[in-house]
Design a protein around this ligand. Structure first.
Ligand code: B12
Ligand code: SF4
Length: 493
């Protein structure tokens, strides 16, 4: 596969479309978590720029999936591209691939996305996979379409095509405002703005967290759109009535200068946008108040921060390169300028002790005390993802990892035993995930629940009880736990 991008389509290529499938993620609630399917959106934009006709089939919003797939296959696409991250999305991807094989046995099935990028050879073993693309797939998607249009399909089957390694620096905008055409399906509220859309302005991250996919897939490199092209995109979004933007970058703030330019331009142009983006606490403590105030003026209302643990020992083990002290300092600074942080936490990592977990609960309470506007996601149970250093540690402690695409697609983390956790730790993690559900009542405000309604009253009562339990070293007695366990078993995918 030549490494140079090809922009010229083969003479007859535009007569056959390219079908791109975005399978369900298992967390798909319309207007809440059904965001723009950015992977296939970016691929489609590249295909269109190269003169092909991309068609997106988003299985999260399609009612009659099999029928729709049959219709799309009747157009004789050059190939079917399937995008998937590890877990539930593989399940939907395989289901679609099975149907595609049945309806159109000769159409090549090309897989890409995070999971195939991490485990390309294993993915390729599956008979429903003809070709795997690893990494950022725009160029490869075009090149594959071109070669299939030229009749070179057989030469491609059974191959893994690795995208060019990411170059550092800025790149042009990857998306187009016209794709997908049904953008209204992906409008979600973003920090109080009713009409929000997702976007990605950079890829990769230079940090080294041992639970994260970035080292394996992006090889610790970062590249971002120039401030100018981000602004151009935001300006056009605002013109189309978009009021909020959620940036799904791995690490939006790597280039402080780029962010400064973006924020200054938003203020200068008077764009009225509410923005949510991710940030790191160690960056925030380096920023002066003028920079933070500029962010606030530009509409950066909510910063998503992967806090993960309240124990410095665990943060070190995760190679997070952030300390608890930095988190608290960043939290206080954000409180001063009125920007809300949204923290996420996890528990149950290999090597984690109950003392570490208690430290996480204590940090959660403290962050909320020191910044009452802080939003705390409930604690998540740690899941070992392939391609990460901690995954290898989990395997070394006896974790039986799935070994095929089918097994990964059926992997139910909810009931999977964490080999590295004894019974006492497992129970503690289970309690943490439950009592932390009520630690933060700002979800009432963020979700727009009726403040005087019965559901709100019930949730606030529950939240009060949770906060009392959180202060108990063993998280208190939870007599209803057997019901929670039964429900988890019943609703686990
Ligand atoms: C948005 C998002 C979500 C959304 C879903 C996506 C949506 N659009 O609605 C929601 C919130 C639902 C979600 C859920 C989860 N997510 Co998520 N999510 C993301 C996030 C932040 C952005 C994804 C994105 O749009 N990227 C931008 C696009 C352009 O990049 P891309 O997807 O990689 O696509 C490019 C290439 O991969 C390739 N490509 C992709 N598909 C294809 C297909 C073909 C044919 C080709 C040729 C190429 C190709 O080309 C694309 C264009 O360059 C990523 C982190 C990140 N920044 O990527 C995490 C991430 C994907 N999520 C992750 C995880 C762990 C989860 C959850 C398990 C979290 C949880 N504990 O609940 C759940 C999964 C659901 C479940 N039930 O299990 C991990 C995945 C790790 C892994 N091994 O797969 C990531 C990487 C975060 C991380 N740092 O760990 N997520
Ligand atoms: S800072 Fe975030 S994106 Fe970067 S390696 Fe760590 S977890 Fe991954």
């Amino acid at each position: 596969m030549p490494s140079k991008p090809t922009t010229k389509p083969a003479p007859d290529s535009t007569r056959r479309p390219v079908l791109l499938i975005y399978p369900g993620t298992g967390l798909d609630i319309k207007a809440v978590s059904v965001f723009l399917p950015l992977s296939v959106t970016f691929l489609a934009a590249a295909l269109e720029r190269a003169g092909f006709e991309p068609r997106i089939l988003d299985l999260r919003i399609e009612k009659n999936r099999a029928e729709k797939l049959r219709e799309e296959l009747a157009r004789k696409p050059l190939y079917v591209g399937i995008s998937a991250m590890t877990g539930r999305q593989l399940h939907g991807g395989l289901e679609a691939a099975r149907l595609a094989r049945r309806f159109s046995p000769g159409t090549p099935l090309v897989w890409g996305g995070i999971h195939p990028s991490i485990l390309p050879e294993e993915t390729l073993q599956n008979p429903l996979v003809d070709l795997v693309v690893t990494g950022r797939g725009e160029e490869a998607a075009v090149e594959i379409a071109r070669r299939i249009a030229l009749g070179e399909e057989e030469a491609l089957r059974g191959r893994v095509i690795a995208a060019e390694p990411e170059k550092s620096g800025t790149v042009g905008p990857g998306a187009s405002l016209e794709i997908p055409a049904n953008r209204q399906n992906y409008i979600t509220p973003v920090v109080g703005a009713a009409r929000g859309l997702a976007y990605v302005s950079s890829r990769g991250c230079p940090h080294r967290c041992t639970y994260c996919y970035n080292r394996a897939v992006n090889r610790s490199r970062w590249s971002g759109d120039s401030a100018g092209s981000v602004i151009e995109y935001l300006k056009n979004q605002a013109r189309l009535g978009i009021e909020g933007v959620i940036f799904f970058d791995d690490n939006f703030f790597v280039s402080r200068e780029r962010v400064r330019e973006i924020a200054a331009a938003i203020v200068e142009l008077g764009l009225k946008l509410k923005i949510k983006a991710d940030c790191r606490a160690d960056y925030l403590v380096e920023y002066d108040d003028d920079f933070l105030k500029l962010l606030k003026r530009a509409g950066f209302e909510l910063l998503y921060i992967g806090a993960e643990s309240g124990s410095d020992r665990m943060l070190e083990m995760m190679r997070k390169d952030v300390t608890v002290a930095q988190m608290r300092e960043a939290n206080r600074r954000l409180a001063r300028v009125g920007i809300r942080p949204h923290y996420s936490f996890m528990a149950g990592l290999p090597g984690e002790e109950i003392e570490d977990m208690r430290a996480t609960m204590a940090l959660m309470l403290r962050l909320k005390e020191e910044h009452p506007g802080a939003h705390l996601s409930p604690v998540k149970t740690y899941v070992p993802y392939p391609g990460t250093a901690l995954f290898d540690t989990a395997v070394a402690t006896g974790f039986k990892a799935p070994r095929s695409l089918e097994e990964w697609s059926r992997c139910n983390w909810g009931s999977r035993r964490r080999a590295w956790l004894d019974r006492e730790k497992s129970r503690f993690v289970e309690k943490m995930t439950y009592v932390s559900l009520g630690l933060d009542t700002s979800s009432v405000e963020l979700s727009g629940m009726d403040r005087n309604g019965f559901a709100t009253w019930g949730f606030l009562k529950f939240a009060g009880l949770c906060r009392r339990r959180c202060r108990h070293p063993d998280l208190g007695r939870i007599p209803e736990m057997f019901l929670i366990r039964a429900a988890r078993k019943l609703f686990a995918p």
